[in-house]
Write a protein that binds this ligand. Sequence first.
Ligand SMILES: Nc1ncnc2c1ncn2[C@@H]1O[C@H](COP(=O)(O)OP(=O)(O)OP(=O)(O)O)[C@@H](O)[C@H]1O
Length: 581
Amino acid sequence: MIRDLMKILGPKHDRDVKIYLAWLVAYSLLQGLAMVSLVPVLRAVLTGEAGAAWRWLAVVLAAVVATCVARYQQAMHGFALSLITLTSLHRRLGDHVTSLPLGWFSSEKVGRLSRSATNGTLMVTNVTAHMLTPLVSGIVTPATVATAMLVLDWRLGVATWVCAPLLWLTHRWAVNSVGRGEELTDAATTAAGNRVVEFARDQQVLRAFGRTTEGYRPLEDAIENQKTAGRTLLLMAAPRLLANGLGVQLAFAAVIAFGLALVVNSAIDPVTLIALIALTARFTGPLAEVAAHSSMTRMAANALRRLASIVDEKPSAEPVVSRPVTEPGEIELTDVRFGYEPGHPVLNGISFRVPARGMTAIVGPSGSGKSTITRLIMRFFDVDSGTVSVGGVDVREQSTKDLMAQLSVVMQDVYLFDDTLEANIRVGRPEATAEEVREAARIAGVDEIVDRLPGGWATRVGEGGASLSGGERQRVSVARAVLKDAPIVLLDEATAALDPENERYVQRALRTLMDHATLLVIAHKLPTVVAADQILVLDGGGIAECGTHEELLALNGRYTAFWNERRRTQGWRLVSSEETK
Ligand SMILES: Nc1ncnc2c1ncn2[C@@H]1O[C@H](COP(=O)(O)OP(=O)(O)OP(=O)(O)O)[C@@H](O)[C@H]1O
């Protein structure tokens, strides 16, 4: 738990944690000593030695004052650490997450991150403020008392130490069951949370297929799993926690019974026994408190471990020195093998070169790995073997900043921030002047959207660009690429037909981009394919054919089949629309 806490707070706060722990241990030790010093007081009172009683009372007082000072110090340091956790953990998580490879961001991981960043952080804030104190004092104070018992009466001391491992074992047994149960409920809660988000996001599809009234099976299953996990936690943990509390009281009773047996056999005088019973009663208090806090402590330990596991995730390997680009605008893949999961290769030793300037189109059946190629070029994932070079240099030898400076990306799923159109275009190059932003907007046809919006340039576009149509969002994305003016543009052409107006704007912007950039297009439309300087036909994890449109048609192979298929589909559409007029 402490190791995880240090990990998530970072090395900068190691010293703060150590000072806090030192005060906490000092407080727990002093608390034990204060309890022990009560024994001679009691003994003196019971035997009527007034002078000794006053002397020992002074010792008790001194021990109590020292305990209070240590308690105050540990509480203040604990609260200070809590504050540090609250203010710095989100930043630390944010900084770390931005260094992770983009392949890490699956919906399951993002769901877990969001739960850790909210509930987890609150839980961790409580660790130093409240939770560690009963845990540490619940171990150190009884250990101090039990050691002192050895000095006061070795037989009762040994009896107390014999109980300790048994108590520890029942405690671990109870706490581990809480931990396991909590892991199950956390996984089930994360899954249910993800399903709720999916249910809300996909309302359009669900309603279109009438799936909202009869219920959405995956969500119902996830909620049912969550209930089962909660019940399992309760059934697993409650009896064991009860047994743990009972164990503490039984140990207390056993030590008293043993002491009484010693008195009966005249091995110890009754006065000492009464004093030691008073001490044993104080001894069980902190233990009972550990038992009472054990489930919360275990949950906090799990939250700490989950946060620590995020901080432990390896950032993308960045080179010590980023190698400068040697062939601006060029992309080359050499014998690249890659799969998302071991044993399921997507690309099987693929090699091709995209020369600077001009347009290269990638075509191929769905699932053949077209988008995967663009992800490898952007280094969202690292190849299993082979090399991906951008600008003449292996992407692994370039810093993310240098690599991304060479690339503009226009994907099908355009995400817009809930901000103005201007701010959304400016994402392409934040330092661009207002004129440059307007010029990029004009080239991509965004100015025409602005004219129609009630607030003009100042209109907010809603979360994800919800107030714009798909075609309009793509125009904004193209404007970003125009503004960025990177030497390479990766474009995933929209599969859905854009209306002629959007199509015209997007094509015009692409021609502008092509004037001084390399265009690598995942092409879905025949005019784009025909206009390409080079066409790569992807199939079976490799390049099946490569050449210009004419060269590939002459081969009469896969490309010809693809071409004929697309023309037939397009022809069918034309006829169909004619007929409906
Ligand atoms: N994040 C991922 N994790 C696991 N497998 C994936 C992931 N992304 C894609 N795949 C799998 O990799 C294969 C290639 O996917 P990719 O998206 O590159 O195909 P594509 O040719 O772009 O398809 P489409 O034309 O339908 O977009 C597919 O079998 C797909 O299921």
